[in-house]
Design a protein around this ligand. Structure first.
Ligand code: GCU
Length: 607
């Protein structure tokens, strides 16, 4: 490898810092040190750790008394007379990853700032290497400091981010300070009002990543759109460009090809075993760059639409789905691990699902990688939920950044077939303009997957029993999806027999939500709200009503498991949970589970 001077490297690293950091992908297959575990924390509802405590207007990073500073310098008293009014050493700990709400009853409803601190030693394997700190997610606004210096800020609660720490890292006694603020904001994504718990904190994995001075930060490899035997891709380098060889290797397909590091590549391949729910075949794909390699396990498959059908690997497919929130019902908090993914996708598999709608925000990478392994197709969604501040430029930039982060993270995941732009967003010109922008960005970054959104519908003028699915945004999507609650929010289950659907699009249709609540174990007649029998009858009537929609190509009823929501406080029934799950929070199946499963069994048998 050509010798690269240290000065040049430092200049390059500095330029990265000034220009902001971009995302490293495929992190679990890299040279990483996990920082998961117990972190000390200080709760800080008044932002005392950020502002000089005497003048709220002052910002500790710019105007503080140099002897005070913010929590991010982790100051210790110089002697017994010195006044320091905080101490991470003496503070309690939280587990990382993990939301704070489910770790301590005092934090169940907390919305504000918590400061975390993690101390660590680190010795680089070779001196020229570079080191980044990577967060798989933290909700919602995160400020990160290392050894008293600010690394940067990330906004968004469900997407990864990283900062370079090469020049700040020392062998001993590093201290990483992370300020996480989960206060909801009108201009945020999502906005103030959601039907899910506002879990705050460092909710997913944290790790150090050591890389060569110039490394493959990201690579995308998949079947070229419209082909079954052309693999195309690109790599993104970070670091001073080297005059070195770059190649892609797929051993099982006898592929070893040199590629131009700065250009997109494509080549024909024979004998691919396509990834599918029946056979989720993954290949080792290795990118060689100089002496370094980065490897991923990638499945190859095609997804497209033809008229009102979804075509998967060349054949029409019906998506037997279910909606899932990112919650482990046993731990009663945010899901984040491979075990959590196995639990939730295992329950979906028991329902005989081949598809999951990961609502209403990007779930953790372990969930997507588990779907790849298990052969479960995935709908990923960004949190443009309900009444977003469509006219706010910063909100659009925020949404686009979150979308680009999740596409970068998951571009190589065969299981992901649909990018959803939004959920139940009232139609307006500003909303349409905003969503069209989002769809444009998504197609620019990834033209191989389908675009949808849970769109709007309304009763036909003069015919209250005719529901018309009509949404200006449907013109820009590949799949028309909508949520409906006839029999729950709209009449009783018997109303399903009277409702007609008008959907004037020659596009595949997914019913992205239907269902109703039931308290697991509560039994009564089918007209008694909240009984399992009511929910069971609602599923029977809903399926009978929906299965006759000519373009119906899939459904994702709402939803797999009861989940926490501050909007659901009916004592003795909800107690802070939305009860529309087919599983209760102790993993018990409700009667409606078996109705949906028998419908999916029938679909699978007759496919
Ligand atoms: C809406 C929304 C969900 C919500 C559900 C409900 O359709 O998309 O997020 O939880 O209805 O009311 O239970």
């Amino acid at each position: 490898m050509k010798k690269v001077t240290t000065l040049f490297i430092n200049l390059f690293i500095l330029s990265c810092f000034i220009n902001g950091q971009s995302l490293i992908s495929n992190v679990y297959n890299r040279n990483i040190l996990s920082l998961n575990g117990k972190w000390n924390y200080i709760i800080d509802p008044y932002e005392s750790g950020f502002y000089d405590y005497r003048y709220m207007a002052f910002d500790a990073e710019n105007n503080a008394d140099p002897n005070y500073g913010g929590f991010y310098i982790d100051r210790k008293p110089n002697d017994k007379s010195d006044r320091v009014e905080y101490s991470f050493d003496a503070s309690p700990t939280l587990m990382v990853p993990g939301d704070w709400n489910s770790q301590d009853d005092k934090l169940l409803y907390y919305e504000g700032t918590i400061w975390y601190r993690r101390k660590f030693d680190y010795s680089k394997s070779t001196n020229l290497n570079r080191v980044f700190v990577y967060f798989a997610a933290a909700n919602y606004e995160t400020h990160v400091y290392l050894n008293g210096k600010k690394l940067g800020i990330h906004i968004g609660g469900f997407t990864p981010f990283n900062f370079e720490i090469t020049n700040l890292l020392r062998e001993k006694d590093n201290f990483l300070i992370v300020k996480v603020d989960n206060k909801r904001k009108r201009e945020a994504v999502p906005t103030l009002n959601t039907d899910w718990w506002n879990y705050g904190g460092i909710t997913r994995d944290v790790m150090l990543i050591e890389v060569p001075v110039t490394f493959v930060k990201h690579f995308a490899v998949q079947l070229k759109k419209g082909t079954k035997d052309v693999i195309s891709g690109s790599i993104v380098l970070d670091g001073p460009p080297l005059e070195t060889k770059c190649s892609i290797e797929i051993p099982e397909l006898n592929i070893l090809k040199n590629i131009d590091q700065l250009k997109n590549f494509e080549f024909q391949v024979k004998g691919i075993k396509y990834w599918s729910p029946e056979n989720p075949k993954l290949y080792d794909v290795i990118i060689h760059y100089g002496e370094s390699t980065v490897k991923d396990r990638i499945g190859f498959r095609t997804i497209e639409t033809k008229g009102n059908q979804i075509i998967f690997n060349g054949n029409p497919i019906f998506l037997r789905g279910i909606c899932i929130h990112e919650e482990n019902p046993m731990r009663k908090g945010r899901a984040y691990s491979t075990e959590d993914a196995k639990l939730l996708l295992g329950w979906a598999r028991e329902l005989n699902c081949n598809f999951v709608r990961l609502a209403h925000y990007p779930h953790n990478e372990n969930m997507i990688r588990m779907a790849d392994e298990m052969g479960i197709l995935v709908w990923e969604e960004n949190p443009l939920y309900w009444t977003i501040m469509w006219e706010n430029k910063e909100t659009l930039e925020n949404a686009k950044k979150q979308m680009s982060e999740i596409i970068t993270r998951d571009i190589n995941r065969a299981s992901v077939i649909i990018w959803s732009m939004a959920n139940e967003t009232p139609v307006s010109t500003t909303r349409d303009t905003f969503l069209i922008e989002m769809a444009k960005l998504t197609r620019q970054m990834d033209n191989t997957r389908l675009i949808s959104a849970a769109m709007e519908k309304q009763a036909k003028k003069g015919e209250p029993l005719t529901q018309v699915v009509e949404d200006p945004f449907a013109e820009y999507t590949d799949v028309v999806s909508f949520n409906e609650y006839v029999g729950w929010y709209d009449g009783l289950p018997e109303k399903c027999n009277m409702v007609k659907w008008e959907i004037h699009y020659n596009k595949p249709v997914i019913v992205s939500e239907f269902g109703g609540g039931a308290l697991a174990g509560f039994h009564d007649d089918k007209l008694t709200r909240w009984s399992e029998e009511y929910q069971e009858d609602l599923y029977i009537q809903s399926i009978k009503m929906l299965r006759n929609i000519p373009q119906l190509s899939g459904m994702t009823p709402w939803l797999l498991v009861d989940f926490r929501s501050p909007k659901r406080m009916l004592p003795g029934i909800q107690d802070g949970y939305n009860r529309k799950g087919l599983y209760g929070t102790t993993g018990d199946k409700k009667k409606a589970f078996f109705i949906l499963k028998s419908y999916y069994d029938e679909i699978e048998k007759n496919k």
